[in-house]
Write a protein that binds this ligand. Structure first.
Ligand SMILES: Cc1cc2nc3c(=O)[nH]c(=O)nc-3n(C[C@H](O)[C@H](O)[C@H](O)COP(=O)(O)OP(=O)(O)OC[C@H]3O[C@@H](n4cnc5c(N)ncnc54)[C@H](O)[C@@H]3O)c2cc1C
Length: 414
């Protein structure tokens, strides 16, 4: 991400560079009081406010012609309560920055995704998830937060008001600026990782039962022989790559299990095992389908990708996420399979993405990742997310003037 504010030249570009804007102002407040001041000034001007954590979202969620608030001065773990299994942190705290302080208290985040550099409120804001049917996205762990709402006042949201909490757990920045979060965490654990390559036959036989039996699995299915190299996937030497998958399977082990860095079979502290390394050479669409249609949805997308070449060259990532209650969660009330496809920035692969949207949206009622490319309409939002209207009602209550909306979000949530 780059956000620059020099003289009259103000420019924001997200991590991968597919979204950019020239806000009137870019600010990095040092505390909540400064956030309130910024919000009040912008409200008085009838403008707009958006927040950027680390800009890893591929969607135009950050874009604004008003004020863009960055979180680079608002980070750090504030408190760890080992007895209640809670951690309190400032909004810009990176996911990876929770690892050590929690471990020192015998605790860990319940789950993590593929990278750990996102800011915690950015990750929660789009329901960022890892894999595992017994685990929810990061926002589902939110138990309390402080939010500077449309009139510049601070609202404290907690478990005493479940509706408000379920709106705040995934809010894509639309309820206001979150200035502090308290998350539920779990006892520290080690992760045992096994890496393998599966043929399409093994995928059909094993992916669903292994996902249900193990802590979690994830796979990258490769439509072409070149696909694995795009994500640096180490396939088994001498085996054909096309139509096979790089699979990672995980189980939990006690926290004091000695680290074992064995290649393709390692054990280490959970927060050290989760993150992968990605180059900013792709952008991604990710849709969620009910788990009881998991294999059917995977097969349908596989067929489409094989038929859509050469646009479909990046691997399809396949994961699972367990149900939760957040109003805008893609897992609201249902376990899901997660299917994501990518393309190279600068190439025109919109027809391919639209065909993925038509397939998974049309035949499987898929929900979308708020931080990844999607084509959701307001009608589809209201059909596929049972509590979308409740979220819109909360949003209107906390931000009646729509200060925190932008051109991407207004058609869906105004
Ligand atoms: C390489 C890469 C790997 C990824 N891996 C995964 C993965 O494994 N799983 C997954 O689910 N997603 C993944 N993503 C997507 C990514 O996790 C999400 O897009 C996430 O939201 C980005 O976090 P961020 O801190 O950059 O947030 P941003 O993109 O900066 O912000 C996300 C949203 O949160 C809002 N927001 C942020 N902070 C606040 C605040 N304090 N108050 C109010 N609103 C706020 C923003 O306005 C925006 O709407 C990946 C993305 C990349 C580029």
């Amino acid at each position: 991400m780059s956000a620059t504010s020099q003289g009259t030249s103000r420019f924001f570009r997200n991590w991968v560079g597919n979204q950019s804007c020239t806000p009137r102002d870019i600010r990095s407040p040092a505390d909540e009081a400064e956030v309130q001041e910024i919000v009040r000034d912008e409200a008085a001007r009838g403008g707009q406010v958006r927040v950027v954590a680390t800009g890893h979202s591929f969607t135009p969620v950050h874009l604004t012609s008003g004020t863009l608030i960055g979180l680079d001065r608002l980070h750090g773990v504030l408190d760890v309560d080992a007895e209640r299994r809670r951690v309190t942190a400032l909004p810009g705290t990176a996911i990876g920055a929770f690892g050590e302080p929690l471990w020192e208290h015998g605790l860990a985040l319940k789950n993590q995704g593929d990278i750990d550099t996102q800011g915690i409120t950015g990750a929660m804001g789009t329901a960022t998830h890892g894999s595992g049917l017994g685990y929810q996205h990061l926002g589902a762990a939110l138990r309390r937060c402080r939010v500077v709402t449309g009139d510049g006042e601070v609202v404290e949201i907690g478990e005493d008001d479940p509706d408000l909490l379920h709106a705040a757990q995934v809010s894509v920045g639309m309820l206001g600026v979150i200035t502090e979060v308290e998350l539920e965490v779990k006892e520290a654990y080690a992760l045992r990782e096994e890496v393998a390559q599966w043929s399409i036959g093994e995928i059909r036989e094993r992916f669903v039962p292994e996902s249900e039996a193990r802590r979690h699995c994830s796979m990258f299915w490769c439509p072409t022989d070149e696909s694995a190299a795009l994500y640096g996937l180490e396939m088994e030497p001498g085996r054909p790559i096309r139509d096979s998958a790089f699979i990672r399977i995980y189980d939990e082990a006690p926290a004091d299990t000695p680290a074992d860095p064995t290649h393709r079979r390692r054990v280490d502290r959970s927060y050290r095992v989760f993150p992968m390394v990605y180059d900013p050479n792709f952008h991604e669409l990710e849709y969620f389908v009910r788990w009881d249609r998991a294999l059917e949805a995977f097969e349908a997308l596989r067929e489409l990708m094989l038929a859509s070449q050469p646009a479909a060259v990046f691997p399809m990532e396949v994961r699972s996420v367990g149900r939760d209650a957040a109003m805008l969660s893609p897992q609201h009330g249902q376990d899901t399979i997660v299917l994501s496809v990518s393309g190279r920035p600068g190439t025109d692969y919109w027809d391919y993405l639209r065909s993925v949207d038509a397939l998974l949206g049309g035949e499987f009622d898929a929900r979308v990742h708020w931080g990844k490319l999607h084509f959701l309409s307001r009608e589809q939002l209201l059909e596929r997310y049972p509590r979308a209207q409740d979220f819109i009602d909360v949003r209107r209550r906390l931000d009646p003037e729509g200060l925190f909306l932008n051109d991407h979000l207004r058609p869906l949530f105004a």
